[in-house]
Design a protein around this ligand. Structure first.
Ligand SMILES: NC(=O)c1ccc[n+]([C@@H]2O[C@H](COP(=O)([O-])OP(=O)(O)OC[C@H]3O[C@@H](n4cnc5c(N)ncnc54)[C@H](O)[C@@H]3O)[C@@H](O)[C@H]2O)c1
Ligand SMILES: C[N+](C)(C)CC=O
Ligand SMILES: [K+]
Length: 487
């Protein structure tokens, strides 16, 4: 098989198998071919991984942040050296075009290791608080064993975005990738150990929604960071609350992208396409509700249709391919059902709307699809589709569009295209979302915090802010004189 790893799990510095676990077949989304066969973690594997993490963590926490950082930076270098190999693996795991994975996925993971490796010595400092004769100081201390649970759209990036801040802060991690994309995280674990990470600190176990709770409910786990859907987030946060674990929730969205009539239209069209079709639309922060001011609607749709219909759909391993399959057959079925719903509810189909005819029947392909004349209460305007389906909605003025943009349970992201700079800042200030873009869309460099508000989650990944979610403050009050006791 094309991508069979040495074993299903990576625990305590080595590959481990337990064939009693349920079989997980890893399918290549472009063909449906089985490329690896793995096993879900049994309770014994879960125990082994958590025990290894718990054993290894104190010594790691006792090292200086600088020494920990050196290992992460070496891992970043190895990832960059192996970018091609890792990108091909990411494409096999997810079906995302190689054109994307070579620039986006291992690169973004390496950026996380480099950033957190580099900022650690200063980023983990505490404070000194003068109190007259006395004083106090704070220390940032690790939480202990942290669990990461990943979604299938960015398997390598998620494994690194969670692993890098957890490790630099002195924690150990047990990571469970999505059952749809089990392969990438194992390579990340291998590379971290090759870079010198002591064994037990970054463990990967396979499994699905039945395995996740074994991690989330475990008494030796201090924190859970989930990337997934809102319903899963609710379940995981509720389970974690049972033992008061720290949680970070990176969940779904239905983000607004607002195009004013003074915008650079080619940029706005490009931003809307990137914000709906990149990774075949499987991006949490996508601007799937594109509000276009009426005066430019016709021209916007004309350019959007031409550029959408020119997109190259096909074999993800072909460098020219711009749009690959969905990650799974189930996801394709879900997206097609939404497209049918859009048609049935009366939206105007502008481009796509079905299965492309130039690709193999076994692959999980869907055409990039644009609907116009979408009304706020249509299903495609309210629910997260997680596929290449853009809804274009009309609007007249600023107050109206802000109110409509905010009328969503989600609050992950948003964007605005306009030439009027004061309007741009005024509008993003009023949009209820964790990450906003002006005159661009979906850029998520590691230097900036990323995360959601409202039902899209809480906690932030990346930037110095992430360190606060993988550590806690310890305060020490120092008395410098005799204790003046009144009794
Ligand atoms: N905000 C972000 O950063 C971000 C990034 C990528 C994807 N997402 C969201 O993820 C979703 C798509 O990914 P998905 O389909 O893999 O999501 P999902 O919620 O189905 O699964 C996410 C992960 O949670 C695990 N899981 C499921 N039930 C669990 C439970 N009860 N306890 C513990 N673990 C459990 C799954 O096995 C998987 O690893 C979309 O909603 C998308 O918006 C968010
Ligand atoms: C975090 N991001 C936007 C890169 C991927 C989310 O699906
Ligand atoms: K897969």
């Amino acid at each position: 098989m094309k991508a069979q790893p040495k074993a299903s799990h990576f625990i305590d510095g080595e590959y481990v198998e337990d064939s009693d676990g349920a079989v997980i077949e890893s399918l290549y989304p472009a063909t449906g071919e089985v490329i690896a066969r793995l096993h879900a973690a049994t309770p014994a594997i879960v125990e082994k991984a958590i025990a290894a993490a718990k054993r290894a963590q104190p010594e790691w926490a006792a090292m200086s942040p600088m020494a920990r950082g050196r290992i992460l930076k070496r891992a970043a270098e190895i990832m960059r050296e192996r970018n091609r190999e890792l990108s091909e693996l990411e494409t096999l795991d997810t079906g995302k075009p190689i054109q994307e994975t070579v620039v986006a996925d291992p690169t973004s993971g390496a950026d996380a290791f480099e950033f957190f490796g580099g900022v650690a010595p200063a980023g983990l400092n505490g404070a000194h608080i003068p109190l007259g004769q006395d004083f106090a100081y704070t220390k940032r201390v690790p939480l202990g064993v942290c669990v990461g649970i990943g979604a299938w759209n960015y398997p390598q990036q998620i494994a690194c975005w969670k692993g890098a801040p957890a490790l630099i802060a002195g924690n150990a991690m047990v990571f469970k990738p999505s059952e749809n994309t089990p392969l990438g995280a194992l390579k990340i674990a291998e590379i971290l150990h090759e870079a010198g990470l002591p064994k037990g600190l970054y463990n990967v176990i396979q499994g699905d929604r039945d395995t996740g709770p074994l991690l989330v409910n475990h008494p030796d786990v201090a924190k859970v960071s989930l990337t997934g859907s809102v319903p899963t987030g609710r379940r995981v946060a509720a389970a974690a609350a049972g033992s008061l674990k720290h949680v970070t929730m990176e969940l779904g969205g239905k983000s607004p992208l607002i195009v004013f009539d003074d915008a650079d239209l080619d940029s706005a069209v490009g931003g809307a396409m990137l914000g709906n079709f990149y990774s075949t639309g499987q991006v949490c922060s996508n601007g799937t509700r594109v509000f276009v001011q009426k005066a430019v609607k016709a021209e916007f749709l004309k350019r959007l249709k031409a550029r959408t219909e020119a997109m190259l759909i096909g074999d993800p391993m072909d460098e020219a391919t711009q749009i690959g399959p969905m990650v799974s057959w189930a996801q394709r079925e879900k997206v097609i059902a939404y497209i049918e719903k859009g048609k049935a509810e009366g939206a105007t189909l502008i481009a796509g709307g079905g299965i492309p005819n130039n690709v193999s029947g076994e692959g999980y392909y869907v055409q990039p699809t644009v609907f116009a004349d979408v009304i706020d209460n249509m299903t495609i305007a309210r629910e997260e589709i997680f596929g290449p389906v853009m809804s274009v909605l009309d609007f007249d003025d600023e107050d109206e569009v802000i109110a409509r943009a905010n009328a969503s349970e989600f609050g992950l992201s948003g964007g605005v295209f306009t030439a009027d700079l004061t309007r741009a800042h005024r509008v993003v200030d009023r949009l209820e979302a964790g990450t906003l873009w002006i005159n661009t869309y979906n850029l998520c460099p590691v230097e900036i915090p990323f995360g959601g508000s409202k039902q899209s989650g809480f906690g932030r990944e990346n930037s110095l802010a992430a360190l606060e979610h993988y550590s806690e403050l310890k305060t020490v009050y120092v008395g410098m004189g005799p204790v003046a006791a009144p009794y």
